[in-house]
Design a protein around this ligand. Structure first.
Ligand code: NAD
Ligand code: UGB
Length: 383
């Protein structure tokens, strides 16, 4: 079947038709060199679209799942999906909470691995719409874990946690063994809940699970709700940007991490994941349980990050500096990646200036500066 026909197919919700099944099966086929068959949830998202392409490129079978929600413009998700279709990856359009859909999918394809990236992301939007986080990050995750636990054989799971789980932790850099029991946002609380739920399913059912704590990821085809993206748009349009500062005028800092490094970390985690050890809902022996930081290890103050953007955009920002609203931001993040280096060979190699240069180039070509991006953040007002 020609993947060009898939757009239409994936938008038609019924999954009980022959063409839909054929597309799923075709997409799941491994090519030469491929070792695994992976279900990527959140495949139309920023990170999911990049990792799906990387897996497909080396021959793995990849099937996507995404509900194409409108947290940010759906047009961008469709454009990413179209890139995936051209590469031969079918994205099933549906919600993680749809048990029947998951059952049907898992019956059709024997997934060796799940890369679970679908979630309600964004720290500040949680103040506005907390239940969206509970729905996708808690309900959706448990629905997926239930399906995996019941599968025979069970797949190995690698999923996205977040640097936000460190919450109010003040010990730097953040190490995986540091406390994560004082979240600063509801988003962080749901990501922490996921780690605890993951441990439970690993313990009771023998699911092999790896949690990846990503640190503020940026890059081409990125997320319009994130600062690097919305700041770029405003600078290009000559509109002010709002920079948060701490209660005593301190600057916030983030360990900004380039997408290519995150992709390598995800792929290495899949490659080193051991099989799950349960069957028929029962554990036979202890299964692998891992948590890794995937960051850049070089935090940058938000003001300095804006200066780098200005340099690449060749335009000054109009900076509006305001006290941080009480919407869940933390003052700084900083990853210790020793464990990921040792176990995964993870070695972040893109510095912020190089990565932002690549992002700005993509942004300008995608939005053709000055035209076509007016609606990019339509309706988006997180705080
Ligand atoms: N980008 C970052 O800086 C960052 C940092 C830390 C953690 N993370 C985590 O990494 C993962 C990927 O993030 P991203 O930046 O690609 O976000 P994204 O919003 O671009 O991608 C998530 C995708 O999941 C889909 N989705 C959401 N809820 C769903 C549901 N219930 N059912 C099916 N699909 C659903 C969305 O439509 C979206 O396409 C998320 O779990 C996020 O929390 C991201
Ligand atoms: O690593 C994570 O776990 C998280 O990474 C990301 O969150 P953040 O680090 O908050 O990224 P982002 O919004 O780009 O703000 C960057 C900086 O700009 C500051 N910021 C932001 C907006 C603004 O208008 N002004 C401002 O100063 C802001 O205070 C911050 O200091 C993901 O969105 C999230 O899904 C989550 O997973």
């Amino acid at each position: 079947m020609n993947p060009r026909a898939w757009t239409f197919l994936s938008r038609r919700s019924p999954y009980s038709n022959a063409a839909w099944e054929k597309a799923v099966l075709q997409s799941s086929q491994r090519q030469e060199g491929g070792q695994m068959t992976v279900l990527v949830t959140g495949a139309a998202g920023f990170v999911g679209s990049h990792v799906s392409l990387a897996l497909k490129k080396r021959g793995d079978g990849v099937v996507g799942l995404d509900n194409f929600n409108d947290y940010y413009p759906v047009e961008l998700k469709r454009a990413r999906a179209s890139n995936l279709e051209q590469a031969g990856i079918f994205i099933v359009e549906g919600d993680l909470n749809d048990q029947n859909l998951l059952m049907k999918l898992f019956k059709l394809v024997h997934f060796t691995h799940i890369l679970h990236l679908a979630a309600q992301a964004g720290v500040r939007y949680a103040v506005k719409n907390p239940l969206a986080y509970v729905h996708s990050n808690v309900g959706g995750f448990v629905t997926l874990l239930e399906q995996c636990k019941n599968s025979q054989p069970q797949p190995a799971i690698v999923y996205a946690s977040s640097s936000s789980v460190y919450g109010l932790n003040s010990k730097v850099p953040f190490s995986e063994d540091d406390r994560t029991d004082h979240p600063a946002s509801l988003y962080a609380a749901t990501k922490k809940a996921d780690e605890v739920l993951a441990h439970t399913y690993n313990h009771i059912y023998g699911l092999s699970i790896t949690a990846l704590r990503f640190f503020t990821v940026y890059g081409p085809w990125g997320r319009p709700d994130m600062a690097y993206f919305s700041f770029t748009r405003n600078i290009v349009e000559g509109k002010p940007i709002t920079i948060f500062q701490g209660p005593h005028g301190e600057e916030l800092a983030r360990d900004f991490t380039f997408i290519d490094d995150i992709v390598k970390g995800c792929v290495a985690s899949l490659d080193t994941a051991l099989p799950s050890t349960g069957s028929g809902g029962k554990k036979h022996k202890k299964a692998q349980f891992r948590i890794y930081n995937l960051g850049n290890t070089q935090p940058v103050k938000v003001g300095d990050f804006v200066s780098i953007l200005e340099k690449h955009l060749k335009k000054k920002a109009i900076r509006n500096i305001i006290p941080m609203p009480s919407t869940g931001d933390v003052m700084f993040t900083h990853a210790n990646v020793t464990r990921a280096k040792h176990d995964l060979g993870y070695n972040p190699s893109t510095d912020l200036s190089t990565g932002l240069h690549i992002f700005v180039k993509w942004y300008k070509s995608y939005y053709k500066e000055g035209a076509g991006h007016e609606d990019m953040l339509k309706g988006y007002k997180p705080y």
